[in-house]
Design a protein around this ligand. Structure first.
Ligand SMILES: Cc1ncc(COP(=O)(O)O)c(C=O)c1O
Length: 409
């Protein structure tokens, strides 16, 4: 790929996705699903719901749809994207957090199964729609797993789910409205790799223990997402066959004593589009101040917030025009936003680029564009999908006119 040509044609910065990498990840998660199913009894379904929040571009969603995976979503926008990308309502799960009565009404009208996250939300739903089926999110109470404390969603310090202690009140509330709790859900957090599989499994065990102890006749158990990808060069790919083996040890035992179970669901987000996406951009300044080299680019926290929000690591490559004199330096990469935290990478050993050279930020396909913002009034980048020699524009770069669309002057 001629990066300079792409930047010229579609604008800088630019999100670039590789269709083949995306499909590879869809296929490996499908295989994981099939292997789990094989290890369980024939009448138990194992289904994967790609978590739309990771990347909601319809080109990604359509690829996921065509590969036979399902989706989960958590907002009317995500639901609309899922519908427009071809998912029928029975393949969508609405896993929400603190939503309004009108949003609940939308979900009900669409006949999409909802997973509610607190007793308060169950009360709101029950008043509106008594005698219906729901899923509920539990907090298994173990420490969650995640790449940063901001994405750990289980344990004592999280806003998510209903803890064991409050389950009697949950059942009282559900009974008051004759709600049928057909499934439970848990999500421990985002991003575990091989070294944290045992924590993930401990969370699964704890959750299943709670289901066994308190819930009667549940048909669906959703074990969430969190399947990680390596961001750093020394990290290994998540070994899905190892996860399968470990999960089967627990699930096989569970189904023996819990005969009503019909389906295990999972909600991988990042795992599917992350490695297919790169964010490419342009070097706009190079400076050396107080013994620090700074490579300043048009990629900042508004285009990719993960490094400044979570201190996440992304590999960065510099692509220099061929006539550059070679000078190896250790440098920080930053964007053009008025914040000291507007840093994309720190202390990277690179060939010093010049203004006009390009940068590639890797593994930007998940929580990249979907978390991008217009902070400081910068339009969000275009997105393209590359499938071998075919390049397709899948979202235009925003314009200043687009940004002022809703303003009343
Ligand atoms: C409820 C729920 N399910 C699934 C996911 C997807 O997580 P991941 O992208 O780590 O797989 C998230 C992420 O925040 C989530 O909150």
């Amino acid at each position: 790929m001629d990066i300079f040509k792409l930047l010229e044609e579609y604008g800088s910065p630019l999100y670039v996705y590789d269709y083949n990498v995306l499909m590879e990840r869809c296929n490996s998660i499908k295989k994981f699903c099939e292997n789990l199913k094989k290890g369980l009894s024939d009448n138990i379904l194992v289904s994967m719901h790609y978590s739309t929040k990771a990347n909601s571009n319809p080109a990604i969603l359509k690829a996921v749809e065509q590969s036979g995976l399902n989706v989960d979503c958590m907002s009317p926008f995500e639901l609309m994207m899922d519908e427009k990308s071809g998912f029928s309502h029975d393949r969508i799960l609405y896993v929400c957090n603190n939503i309004s009565a009108s949003e609940m009404t939308l979900v009900k009208e669409k006949n999409v199964l909802i997973c509610l996250d607190s007793i308060s939300q169950v009360e709101t739903w029950g008043k509106l729609f008594p005698n219906t089926n729901i899923m509920v999110r539990i907090n298994p109470g173990t420490i969650g797993v995640g790449h940063s404390k901001e994405v750990i969603t289980s344990g004592k310090h999280t806003k998510f789910g209903i803890s064991e202690k409050n389950l009697p009140l949950l059942f009282e509330t559900a009974n008051k409205y004759n709600l049928n709790i057909i499934g439970t859900h848990q999500h421990l957090g985002s991003l575990f790799l091989n070294d944290k599989v045992s924590d993930y499994i401990a969370g699964v065990k704890a959750g299943l223990q709670i289901v066994k102890k308190y819930f009667n006749g549940v048909k669906i158990i959703d074990l969430g997402g969190g399947f990680g990808v390596p961001y750093k060069p020394d990290e290994e790919d998540l070994d899905l066959s190892y996860v399968t083996t470990k999960l089967l040890e627990v699930l096989k035992e569970f189904v023996k004593y819990y005969p009503s179970i019909r389906e295990f669901k999972f909600e991988p987000g990042r795992y599917i589009p992350c490695e297919s996406g790169k964010l490419i951009g342009t070097v706009t300044a190079v400076k050396h101040e107080n013994d620090i080299w700074w490579v300043c680019t048009d990629i900042g926290m508004n285009q990719l917030v993960r490094p400044s929000m979570y201190k996440s690591y992304h590999e960065i490559e510099v692509v220099c025009h061929s006539n550059n004199k070679k000078q190896e330096v250790t440098a920080n990469f930053c964007g053009n936003v008025c914040e000291s935290g507007d840093i994309i990478g720190e202390k990277r050993l690179i060939q010093l680029p010049k203004v006009g050279d390009a940068v590639i930020v890797y593994n930007a396909g998940a929580y990249g564009f979907s978390m991008a913002s217009n902070y400081t009034g910068r339009p969000r980048p275009a997105e393209i999908m590359i499938n071998n020699d075919d390049i397709k524009l899948i979202r235009k770069k925003e314009t200043l006119d687009y940004l002022i669309n809703n303003i009343i002057w």
